[in-house]
Write a protein that binds this ligand. Sequence first.
Ligand code: FES
Ligand code: FE
Length: 469
Amino acid sequence: DVGPILSDGTPFADLFDLDKHEVSMRLLKDPEVYRLELSRLFGKAWTVLAHETEIPNAFDYVARHIGADPVIVTRSRSGDVNVVLNICSHRGMQVCRGEAGNEKQFKCPYHGWSFSEQGKFMGSPVARENMHGAFRSKEELALPKARVELYAGFVFATWDEDAPSLDDYLGEIKFYQDLMFDRTESGLEVLGPPQRFVIPANWKCPGEQHAGDGYHAMTLHRSINELAASEADDSSMYGIDVSANGHGLRLIDRRKGKWKDNREAVLAAQTLPPFEKLKSIMLPPGMTPEMAEKLDKKLSEAQMKVLADYPPSVGGLFPNMGTFCFEFPTPMGMAAIISWHAFVPRGPGKFEFINWFLVEKDAPEDFKDLMRRASTLGLGTTGFVETDDADTWPLMTESAEGFMGEQQKIRYGALCGEDQPLDGYWDEGEFPGGGHLYPGFTKDDAQWNWWLRYRDFMLGDPWGPEAHH
Ligand code: FES
Ligand code: FE
């Protein structure tokens, strides 16, 4: 199957060279490609909209987008979370103009039709017979509702009735993502509303990067190492790239990197059982020793072993999400950052960056405050990290615009293949958790898998037996 045929006669499948592992730069700017993505990809994939702690009370809401479609994420009296299309069934005005708040009913600003937090049509200012015809049922005038599921408090939605459950969609990456976001019984909460800003770049630039581009940290983010008053080195390049269902995550080899300050202790601790390691020398980012005491309530033995030896740090969920849990050097000392990003398309050359900072609910207040400051300094709009990346994405997108530019390729040649991390550190046979594993120096495999998953959606068969997992 070659997928859709573009208006100049190019089959969509020709934008990929599967033998050479190259992708056409036309994918980064073409408005026709973008239109196809809205239906074929964003009409089907599960994407994240909010964290449920943004809307803790009955009738709280936030306004967001699934792809280019405006939606309202609401909380019902029963506690259920709903996602309804924010497009009035009268003339198409957006019924909710606020960004966040608490409303029992959404009254359209144009002519005043009202809808419940579940999208039910509640009435109009003038009698039904005059204004919308007796032949229309209330059901017909309701706002469409998306399918909703939560993972670690994050609200995901999809329009596709045929999509698998969120659990199946996450697949084998969930085992590893749990180590960052689902490791306590109390769970996470947001550190205030997310930062939101628009970047003049195609959404796929950050989308594919977060699936596995550890490589750029060495050059683009070098200033972080240099400012951290520790030697700049390539230690964060080592570990295991994990990939499943187009999602990607980087596990860091704990014997290297910022832990080298206490390298002796880390090496000495290697003989300890995983739970003991985690409670002492290898405290997970964002946890106090008291909180780590309860890790075994939520994580399996295998998960604790991975967390102690190869903690996950930076990842991406297909198609447009970034996930983070790591320690960051600040003037206040080392501090943890827990963050999620969404890259929401707002046209072929523009996306909205939604940036959530989180913390364990049961962390002490001063600990939360330190994480708030570290998060802003590290991954905030004016911080050290995202400002580096925000320089590259717009220029990649601009490059794709010209006569020569759109004929160029982006290349993923550093494919090293799957392997087990049998490096003397992990020596117990098969690595738990599954997924495709790429141990050693970070490489292109996970990002290439992201593009194969993208291709599945665009050619039209993301849930079929031929799809990439
Ligand atoms: Fe909403 Fe008319 S467009 S009431
Ligand atoms: Fe980066």
